[in-house]
Write a protein that binds this ligand. Structure first.
Ligand SMILES: Cc1cc2nc3c(=O)[nH]c(=O)nc-3n(C[C@H](O)[C@H](O)[C@H](O)COP(=O)(O)O)c2cc1C
Length: 192
């Protein structure tokens, strides 16, 4: 048996997806890099983002009850990193991306993102350093160039991922299999 060791409590589930969250701050769009994001309810479609309470984004979401989540593609890497390096409290980040708006007037959508979600605040959970903002998806914006047979196509979108705590970005690799499918033979063995 290999010897397993406990490496402490600063844990991450790898890899983490990279997104840009958009809000309106001081009457202008503000963007921040966000890796701690996940869908968290089936119906209605809810997404959770975990935002440090110090960030301007946290203040904007609380004030406006609206925000956007934009999936980042490889071509956006440097601009998204910049959005994560400095606060909107110190620097106007509104010129980083071109924006458009859907239904919600406080959810600026990033034009160059392959997928942009308009979010209305549904709930929030205050933790020690971070707030989990749960938003309901009010609209999903994309372009034909990112779709194959009406599905968002990961090879066209080219998302990238993050590893922490070593803080490195990674491309997404090849398809490995099919979900809700490739475990069927193993499941049948379990039945005996
Ligand atoms: C790659 C990367 C991922 C990040 N993910 C998160 C995150 O999930 N949650 C968070 O609170 N901050 C995260 N940050 C930090 C914020 O993006 C950063 O502090 C930003 O300047 C906050 O901007 P704001 O004050 O304008 O809202 C991340 C930064 C980087 C570079």
């Amino acid at each position: 048996m290999p010897e397993r060791k406990n490496i402490g409590d600063n844990a991450f589930i790898l890899p983490e997806p990279m997104t840009v969250v958009g809000t309106m701050y001081g009457g202008k769009p503000n963007f921040m890099a966000v890796a701690w994001v996940t869908r968290c309810n089936y119906k209605p479609c809810l997404m959770a983002i975990c935002i440090n309470k110090k960030h301007a984004t946290s203040e904007s979401i609380t004030a406006n009850q609206e925000f956007s989540i934009n999936l980042a593609s490889e071509s956006m890497l440097e601009k998204v990193d910049a959005a994560g390096l400095i606060s909107g409290r110190k620097l106007d980040k509104s010129s980083l991306f071109e924006v458009h708006f859907g239904e919600l007037k406080n959810a600026p959508l990033v034009m160059e993102a392959p997928l942009s979600l308009e979010m209305r605040l549904h709930d929030k959970l205050e933790l020690d350093t971070n707030t989990i903002f749960v938003g309901e998806v009010m609209g999903v914006w994309t372009e034909d160039q990112y779709l194959t047979d009406e599905f968002v196509d990961i090879e066209k979108v080219r998302p990238y991922t993050l590893t922490m705590p070593d803080n490195r970005y990674w491309a997404v690799g090849r398809q490995l299999g099919r979900a809700w499918h490739d475990g069927k033979a193993v499941k049948n063995q379990l039945k005996g």
